[in-house]
Design a protein around this ligand. Structure first.
Ligand SMILES: [Zn+2]
Length: 431
């Protein structure tokens, strides 16, 4: 059980590392570890993380490169997303794993985060210089500040503080993984070659809300065929474009079905985001010639308990009922389910206690996006998503994270890892 004195010691030690936390976050942003373009940014950022974890007192673990990842049932087929990714090779980017061994009889808790960030267009930012990492008005600005380089930096500060105060009460790992923004093959590469932890915390930006469930993501394609005719002879039914328009209208009716299914899932009662987008249409080359084929592509977010098969069937059913004949939805391998909460609530309870002792008021909700939690979950870990910063501005211009939020997160994580295997189940019970 954490004493008041230990709480104060944690707060003091983390406060002393405030500048280090800001510097490390800014340095990681400055590496520009975007998932597109040259891999040098990710390699640089991983080497910064590796040094920081070693300095904090962790033993670095060599994870062998996973082979045949494409044949793994949980592999995400980035190649099917767009031509830009035709040359995608899984397992190329380095994985960084730090470990503190406490007792082989105890479980392992992993603090997981993705090192890759979305691309950035500086010109859209209020001040282009902010995109590359700057401290301004009490916040660290830059691509990846909240999603999620700030959380990775905070893990290192937390590990350092915990080790100075007698160490974690659990075998501890930090996982810094690439390729999350592309669907999660970095975490898959790690878990294919390294034992899955019993527990995992993922510091995605949740504004410090405790999220135990995540949404699924599905990339669908409608291949619509037409019939070759002279314009003067053709009817709407011959044109693949007009048939595609009818298919689009049918598919759009699933938007409210998906939203209802999400809202009725535990933690998502307040869900008010859009779960369906149709972002790509390819067809035709001559304004006077009804084309023979047209392709429509979109994405759907699904409720935590829905499978990929459930989503395929939902789309197929509305197309059978309302769409043109013979249009069957195809889900690419860039599709994966979400995850409902684990039955083991020990980690989220302990997190809630640590939040409270740092002056926070624990709030429980679902994570309204996909994330790597589903992979850990599928391989047997119980987990939770909780981190500093706001998801709404994570991929947008002027992405930032408040320094206070980063420091608070580092304190919470320090208390969590010192306190985790103490019996705290009587103190807090998740709703
Ligand atoms: Zn993220």
């Amino acid at each position: 059980m954490m004493t008041r004195q230990l709480d104060r010691d944690v707060d003091q030690l983390v406060e002393r590392d405030r500048d280090l936390l800001v510097e490390l976050t800014t340095e990681l942003i400055g590496c520009r570890p975007t998932y597109v373009g040259p891999a040098a940014g990710i390699r640089r950022a991983q080497s910064v993380m590796s040094s920081a974890l070693r300095d904090a007192g962790m033993r670095m673990v060599d994870v062998p490169a996973a082979t045949n990842l494409r044949h793994h049932p949980l592999y995400v087929g980035v190649e099917e997303w767009a031509d830009d990714f035709a040359g995608y090779e899984p397992g190329v980017h380095p994985l960084v794993v730090g470990r503190v061994d406490v007792d082989p009889a105890l479980p392992t808790l992993a603090l997981s985060g993705h090192i890759d960030v979305e691309p950035v267009d500086e010109q859209e930012w209020t001040d282009p210089v902010l995109a590359g990492g700057r401290l301004r008005d009490g916040a660290v600005f830059g691509r990846g500040a909240s999603d999620m380089l700030g959380a990775l930096a905070a893990y290192t500060v937390a590990v350092r503080a915990a080790l100075r105060l007698g160490g974690p009460s659990v075998n501890l790992e930090v996982h810094s993984v690439p390729d999350e923004e592309l669907g999660g093959n970095g975490t898959l590469a790690l878990l294919a070659a390294h034992p899955a932890p019993e527990y995992v915390l993922i510091g995605e930006p949740t504004s410090m809300r405790i999220c135990e469930a995540t949404l699924g993501f599905h990339h669908f394609v409608l291949d619509v065929e037409g019939r070759r005719t002279h314009m003067a002879e053709s009817s709407g039914a011959d044109s693949a474009i007009e048939r595609a328009a009818a298919a689009l209208t049918a598919v759009a009716t699933t938007r409210h079905v998906l939203a209802d299914r999400i809202r009725s899932s535990p933690g998502f009662a307040g869900y008010d985001s859009n779960p369906l987008a149709i972002g790509k249409i390819i067809g035709g080359s001559d304004a006077a010639v009804p084309p023979l084929s047209c392709q429509v592509e979109g994405v759907a977010f699904s409720a935590p308990a829905m499978s990929t098969g459930d989503v395929r069937e939902l789309l197929a059913a509305v197309l059978r009922e309302r769409g043109p004949e013979q249009v069957v939805p195809r889900l690419t391998r860039m599709s994966f389910p979400g995850n409902p909460p684990s039955t083991d609530r020990r980690l989220s309870n302990a997190l809630s206690v640590s939040l409270r002792s740092t002056g926070g008021r624990p709030e429980w909700t679902g994570f309204p996006s996909p994330c790597d939690l589903r992979l850990y979950h599928a391989l047997g870990a119980s987990g939770v998503v909780c981190g500093p910063g706001d998801l709404a501005q994570a991929h947008a211009p002027d992405e930032h994270v408040e320094v206070e939020a980063l420091v608070a997160f580092a304190k919470v994580i320090t208390k969590l890892i010192i306190n985790f295997t103490a019996d705290n189940s009587s103190e807090e019970v998740a709703p």
